[in-house]
Design a protein around this ligand. Structure first.
Ligand SMILES: NC(=O)c1ccc[n+]([C@@H]2O[C@H](COP(=O)([O-])OP(=O)(O)OC[C@H]3O[C@@H](n4cnc5c(N)ncnc54)[C@H](OP(=O)(O)O)[C@@H]3O)[C@@H](O)[C@H]2O)c1
Length: 267
């Protein structure tokens, strides 16, 4: 971490941030972090050497060298389904000092439990979920919600500098226990995805007589199915509240259908 003052009133803290998983969301976050002046290095299952060259980021093919590169923060941006495999394969003995591990998985209890189980005891743990992505955040992060849970924090300076990345972009910062996040997200984000995927199965598309509300549905379908199926299935498999919401949706559809049939039979 290095501190620099550009004027008497503004002090900026530059962090060395190592991103694990340089897929769509890792790349999206990296762009803003670079803009803010942080030093980004990354590693991923696939080879992103060329893309990283264009972005001015060091890409490590080797996890030992990545961990030895002395990061203030290791930011886990892998898929929900692969987090367990990825962190269990990390050679933690290569870390040069106690490090803050933060994750951005869209499910929080699963991430928290894994990190507490696998990381060395001296590592700090910050579980986060930016409630936006490359599509909704393409014009900036102002007023977009950033949820976080300070699960095990001893180095306050590093943790608050990391959170400031989002706060300074204008995010609505919301501290919330992981379980509470998952309960709310199952009823909001997971429900959004399941409805969008259902509309996609039905192959809904714009017609010549679209209402505004139907256009909203088509847009919802198009933007949601751009997220990977890994992400969608992770929302279901690793959020203990999601199964109940799927059952609620099925029951609700049956009820609505029954109300229509009852009315038809009355007339
Ligand atoms: N997209 C969003 O809007 C959004 C918003 C908030 C949070 N998130 C969270 O951010 C994370 C990344 O999301 P995403 O949109 O980039 O897509 P994703 O499909 O959820 O994850 C893609 C990333 O996971 C890595 N990966 C997948 N399978 C792997 C395996 N078996 N072993 C090692 N690495 C593996 C990929 O590595 P390679 O690319 O190297 O293959 C890539 O970096 C997820 O945890 C998601 O819940 C996403």
């Amino acid at each position: 971490m290095s501190v620099s003052s550009s004027s008497s009133s503004s002090t900026s803290i530059t962090l060395k941030i190592g991103i694990v998983g340089f897929g769509p969301f890792g790349q999206f976050l990296a762009k803003t972090m670079i803009k803010q002046g942080h030093a980004i290095r990354t590693t991923s299952r696939s080879d992103y050497t060329q893309l990283c060259g264009h972005l001015g980021i060091t890409f490590f093919r080797n996890m030992d060298a990545f961990l030895e590169s002395d990061n203030d923060v290791i930011l886990l941006c892998t898929s929900i389904l692969s987090l367990s495999e990825v962190i269990k394969a990390m050679p933690f003995h290569c870390l040069k000092r106690p490090t803050l591990f933060a994750d951005v998985l869209s499910v929080k209890e699963h991430a928290r439990d894994l990190l507490l189980q696998v990381l060395p005891e001296e590592a700090d743990v910050l579980c986060t979920h930016p409630m936006f992505g490359p599509e909704s955040g393409k014009d900036g992060w102002k007023d977009l919600t950033f949820v976080y849970d300070r699960v095990r924090i001893r180095d306050e300076a590093i943790c608050s500098s990391f959170l400031k990345i989002f706060g300074s972009e204008g995010c609505k910062m919301l501290e919330m226990p992981c379980e509470e996040h998952d309960r709310l997200a199952a009823r909001s984000q997971f429900l959004t995805h399941i409805i969008a995927r259902t509309l996609s199965e039905m192959e809904i598309n714009s017609t010549s007589i679209d209402t505004k509300n139907f256009q909203t549905l088509v847009k919802l379908k198009e933007s949601t199915v751009r997220d990977s199926f890994d992400l969608f299935s992770g929302l279901f498999i690793h959020n203990k509240f999601a199964k109940q919401e799927l059952e609620n949706l099925e029951l609700a559809l049956d009820k609505v259908k029954q109300k229509l049939l009852d009315r038809m039979n009355e007339s």
